[in-house]
Design a protein. Structure first.
Length: 445
């Protein structure tokens, strides 16, 4: 089937529609939008992408998702109403030379030729109102499609990408970098200063920018020159149903010491996440508090080994549990099994302009939160009175806060109730999903 005709209905012998039926169908089409999302990763691995797609579908709009594919995945399928098109899952051979050319072009121009070709096919065969681009590396690719097809481009910038890259690279020394060709090429072809220039160009040239927190919006306005009416905050808030009535995970509880005051972190490991301070806090606390630290996640590589070594150094490895990777379906139960949950981010230009899903997931279960004092976290915790903050990177400061909470169950109860109430009234995905739909309706008027 040719690209030009694929997906179009064949001629039909059924009775023609009446004028009333035809006009009603036209009105429905006019009232809805077709949004094509671009995601460099595979799907459904990204929580935010799934939530946004579902919100648009619930708002009566059509969603197509162009994403990367893995071997064995179909090139096209519809999942939960989302029309998925995968780059790299076409089942045909792609020569090494073509792949090398695509990679070289992407490194030099931040444009992905295979994605451009696939977008051309999609936009030729279907009317699309907007391209919703998930994060900075794909925005210039979308701009090519806008130039060719006149489609709007919405840049959904989940985080301060240049500063995130700086943090990802930080653990690797010069020697480590020289041993890893991918890291070396990335540093040479995409230094941080180039990524910052790219960010400014994309933010000012996109038809609209979506970000996750007010501090990030301020960054795009002040540092990148965006226009205020062109930047909308759609938070990383929580779908309440998955967390509000969660019951404690029995396996986690069974593996913990009796009567422990359980302090939990859930997520990826990395130096910018401030996990060193959590181990140092346990070491600084009196053993009578019976605090047990639960580090749920993985992905730290050398950093995780550093944390384990730190626990051994301070002699608290029996009070720190590394669970390894836990499927997302179990996360609500893990949080519900905890007395306090942590977001201990180190203070960096990256963490000062983002807020993770986990903060609102913790709050939705009624668990008090303890966060570092980076700006977005401190603002939300102070406003909601859902927990306590400590000086970022200061394990002793965190230890004092945890000790106070471990000795005051009434305060924990009150803070947890405040957090749950804040999620019910303000920090929930129902509100942010509606905000996303309203943004699109205004954009496409």
């Amino acid at each position: 089937m040719s690209v030009e005709t694929e997906g179009r209905p064949a001629a039909s012998t059924e009775r023609p529609e009446s004028d009333v039926e035809r006009n009603h169908a036209t009105d429905e089409r006019d009232a809805s939008l077709h949004v094509c999302m671009l995601l460099a990763d595979t799907y459904p691995d990204d929580i935010r992408v799934r939530k946004e797609a579902e919100a648009l579908l619930a708002g009566g709009h059509r969603v197509t998702l162009l994403c990367s594919g893995r071997d064995g995945q179909p090139a096209r399928e519809t999942v939960a109403g989302i029309d998925i098109v995968r780059v790299g899952s076409d089942g045909g051979p792609v020569s090494t030379l073509v792949r090398a050319g695509d990679v070289a072009c992407n490194l030099l121009t931040v444009i992905r030729p295979r994605w451009v070709r696939t977008l051309d096919e999609l936009l030729d065969e279907s009317d699309v109102d907007a391209l919703h681009v998930h994060d900075l590396p794909l925005v210039r690719t979308a701009f090519v499609a806008r130039r060719r097809h006149g489609v709007r481009v919405v840049a959904d910038l989940h985080e301060n990408f240049p500063e995130a890259v700086r943090q990802w690279r930080r653990p690797y020394s010069t020697v480590d970098t020289l041993k890893r060709p991918g890291l070396l090429v990335g540093r040479l072809c995409r230094p941080i200063r180039r990524l910052k220039r790219l960010e400014k160009r994309c933010v000012t040239r996109a038809d609209h920018v979506v970000t996750v927190v007010e501090e990030a919006r301020e960054h795009y306005l002040v540092d990148c020159g965006a226009i205020a009416k062109h930047v909308t905050v759609v938070g990383n808030t929580v779908e309440r149903a998955a967390f509000a009535d969660a019951e404690a995970d029995s396996k986690i509880v069974a593996d913990l010491p009796d009567d422990a005051f359980v302090v939990t972190y859930v997520g990826g490991f990395g130096a910018h996440r401030g996990l060193d301070a959590t181990v140092e806090a346990v070491a600084a606390m009196d053993e009578s508090t019976n605090v047990h630290l639960l580090l749920v996640g993985s992905g730290g590589g050398p950093y995780e080994e550093r944390l384990r070594a730190l626990a051994r150094k301070y002699g608290v490895d029996d009070r720190v549990t590394f669970t390894g990777w836990v499927d997302f379906e179990r996360v609500p139960g893990v949080v519900a099994a905890s007395d306090v949950c942590l977001v201990p981010h180190a203070s960096t230009p990256h963490t000062e302009t983002t807020v993770p899903h986990k903060l609102f997931q913790y709050m939705a279960t009624g668990t008090p939160v303890v966060t570092s004092d980076v700006a977005p976290l401190a603002r939300i915790v102070s406003k909601t009175d859902a927990g306590r903050t400590f000086a970022a990177g200061d394990g002793a400061s965190l230890g004092v806060v945890l000790s106070e909470l471990a000795r005051n169950p009434e305060a924990c109860r009150r803070l947890g109730e405040n957090g749950r109430r804040a999620v019910e009234t303000t920090y929930n995905w129902e509100r942010d999903g509606e905000r996303l739909c309203r943004m699109y309706e205004r954009l496409c008027e």
